[in-house]
Design a protein around this ligand. Structure first.
Ligand code: ADP
Ligand code: ZN
Length: 662
């Protein structure tokens, strides 16, 4: 209704303005000729005029030959009338137009009125608008999902069971508030869901409302923030009023960090509007009792930047972490979305789940959707495993760029580079197995080597990290050995290797010379939301030692890799040949080639391979962890051997899969 009136008044104003302008610029234009006053006088004198109409200072009339004319005459000319009478012209006098003075005043006052109008408009906005008025900016922007329309339930949310469990009690409460209040228990007023984007926070909040069958308000933190001071605060007020009216209900505030950041933080002085909004939020949360049946659920991916006052008891005192799903969770989420599409029979979602570490629920949904789109495009009746693989690769590494023109020489260099990564990964024990190697350009990478972790790792051992650095150098060293030349393709590999080595020294205390200390303190700028400065809390001497330690790690890796590749030059050549021929090779291809080339030299791997072939048809599995290289390639790991490093050390995000591109 409000919008209707708003639109109506807007169109009215536009319409009026148009009419006015039209009147201003379109003084009644008849097709009469306009004469100058002296022309008119001489026409009268020569008796060429038979009839005139006097209308204020306008004279119109007709000439003898019937033509209409018009002229303006000076009112001070008192001789006109006698002269007209003398010449026997028929004189008519018209009453001056009634509305003309009104029009005149209106026109002269119009700009003023307009200004006053605009001023009133803004004033009302600033005051948070008359309740129910047409232009109420202070009204909450929350969208309401009425009771009974919300069909989302906990069954639609998978893979985050702990979070679901913690929220059960909220549902019980909303279903039957009395039961809780009788016992005198205090239900949390607010629940803060913390987790990276796409992990299902919104979905979870909706599911709570759906399970309890209560109305669901959604609003985003940024909806509170307006240009005008005070609007946010009045919106908060309105939101709570609405909420109480609809109790029991859920109010979901997405991205609460937009209003809930630390007060007093930020560049360039105060943020009055935001702080006012936040204060209002705090006041409102204190002001209602939880047994009123309104529960605020807020989501953020930066719980660390929130104002501590928000997290105090009586406000968002319940915090639930919504993590990125693990393998099992990913499988369950995939199952939910797979059930909504037509999958080819016998697809093992477990494999897909294993190959998508770090994927959020939203990513997984996107993966299935992408595969479904591909299927539709190719006219397939159902979604096959290949399509799922393809969709995964596309999401992880960007679309294939088949049309990219690459010279044969470049292709050969890329093939050696990738083969270098893959071979090092295959030869070094305790690394994630190679899954797939390709020299088809994707995204910004010219080629990729993908590794597939056997299981999710949350910490990595020093050995594992050293091996990872070796794999990253595999590409560059192979280029150096074969062509005695290095290309820019390895740039990203170097960057990542150096970054890892530096972290090993400075963050994870893995250098013998420097000991188990951390060096450098990260300083967070809350307002900018990311690290902008790295504090140096060590001396220049230590800095030199750090540089040396980093260099040592890298040098050691280069020496190891050079030796490894030189010793296995035959395999490297053969793998490159295979790559150039097939463009994409899987672990099984690589192993077959190696076992043929060097029979009996890798008994353990051969045994494992034999065992696997006996169990599953070899190509049936297709899971990967891909680490694409911006510059050129990625290393993916296969699912062959189960060797995993024992001691784990530094925590690394599982989203850091093992891919070396180059
Ligand atoms: P967030 O609010 O954390 O950014 P959303 O709840 O908006 O994430 O998630 C986006 C979409 O991803 C959801 O609508 C849902 O389709 C899917 N999704 C995310 N997490 C899950 C999950 N755990 N189970 C099922 N679907 C999920
Ligand atoms: Zn590389």
């Amino acid at each position: 209704m409000n919008t209707f009136y708003k639109n109506l008044s807007m169109w009215l104003v536009i319409g009026l303005t148009m009419i006015l302008l039209f009147n201003l610029f379109n003084k009644p234009q008849t097709n009469s000729t306009s004469l100058t006053y002296s022309e008119f006088i001489s026409s009268v004198e020569s008796k060429a005029i038979t009839r005139v109409v006097l209308n204020g200072d306008v004279i119109s009339g007709t000439t003898q030959d019937g033509k209409p004319f018009q002229t303006i005459y000076p009112l001070s000319d008192t001789e006109l009338i006698p002269m007209l009478r003398q010449t026997g012209v028929n004189i008519a006098v018209k009453e001056a137009q009634k509305d003309s003075w009104f029009m005149t005043i209106f026109v002269s006052w119009f700009p003023m009125l307009l200004l006053i109008g605009v001023w009133v408009f803004f004033m009302r906005q600033m005051q948070g608008g008359g309740k129910g008025g047409a232009l109420s900016f202070g009204k909450t922007r929350a969208k309401l999902m009425e009771q009974g329309t919300n069909k989302v339930t906990f069954d639609d949310v998978a893979g985050i069971d702990e979070a679901k469990e913690e929220l059960e009690e909220i549902i019980d409460f909303l279903k039957d508030p009395q039961k809780f209040t009788v016992l005198g228990g205090r239900i949390p007023k607010g629940v803060l869901l913390a987790g990276t984007p796409g992990t299902g926070k919104t979905l979870l909040a909706k599911a709570i409302a759906g399970e309890a069958d209560v109305p669901f308000f959604t609003i985003s933190g940024s909806d509170f923030v307006e240009m005008f001071v005070g609007v946010g605060a009045s919106r908060v007020r309105d939101l709570f009023t609405q909420g109480k009216k609809n109790a029991p209900c859920i109010i979901f505030i997405d991205e609460i960090d937009a209003v809930g950041r630390h007060r007093g933080a930020g560049l360039g002085g105060g943020h009055d509007e935001r702080e006012q909004t936040l204060n209002q939020l705090l006041v409102e949360m204190d002001g209602f009792e939880s047994n009123e049946g309104v529960i605020i659920v807020a989501a953020t991916n930066r719980p660390d930047v929130l104002d501590p006052a928000l997290l105090r008891p009586g406000r968002f005192d319940r915090q639930v972490v919504v993590p990125v799903p693990d393998v099992g969770g990913r499988k369950k989420i995939l199952e939910i979305y797979a059930n909504k599409t037509k999958m080819a029979p016998g697809i093992d979602l477990e494999v897909l789940a294993r190959g998508t570490p770090g994927f959020s629920g939203a990513d997984l949904e996107n993966l299935i959707n992408e595969a479904a789109l591909m299927a539709a495009r190719t006219g397939a009746k159902e979604i096959s495993l290949e399509l799922l693989e393809k969709a995964k690769d596309k999401i992880m590494m960007g679309a294939e760029r088949k049309s990219m023109i690459i010279t044969d020489k470049e292709k050969e260099v890329t093939a050696y580079h990738e083969a270098g990564h893959a071979l090092v990964a295959w030869l070094l024990p305790g690394t994630d197995p190679v899954h797939k190697v390709t020299i088809i350009p994707r995204g910004r990478a010219l080629g990729l080597t993908m590794q597939l972790p056997v299981d999710e790792k949350y910490t990595h051992s020093k050995t594992f990290l050293e091996n990872t650095i070796c794999i990253l150098f595999g590409g560059r060293v192979a280029e150096k050995i074969i062509f005695n030349e290095i290309t820019t393709g390895a740039g990203n590999d170097l960057e990542r290797a150096t970054g890892l080595a530096r972290k090993m020294v400075c963050e994870w205390g893995m250098s013998d010379e420097l000991g188990p200390l951390t060096y450098g303190k990260k300083e967070e700028q809350i307002f900018l939301g990311r690290e902008i400065a790295q504090h140096r809390d060590f001396s220049d001497d230590t800095a030199r030692l750090i540089d040396k330690a980093v260099k040592d790690i890298i040098n050691k890796a280069v020496v190891t890799v050079t030796q490894l590749l030189k010793d296995n030059r035959d395999i490297l050549d053969k793998m490159t040949e295979l790559l150039l021929e097939k463009e994409t090779i899987m672990l099984s291809d690589i192993e077959k080639m190696i076992f043929e080339l060097r029979p009996g030299q890798f008994p353990e791997a051969e045994a494992a391979q034999a065992k696997k072939t006996a169990q599953v048809a070899p190509e049936a599995v297709a899971d990967t962890v891909v680490t694409p290289d911006v510059a050129a390639d990625a290393v993916a790991e296969p699912e062959s051997d189960e060797e995993v490093p024992e001691e784990s050390a530094p925590s690394a995000s599982p989203k850091d899969p093992t891919i070396s591109q180059g």
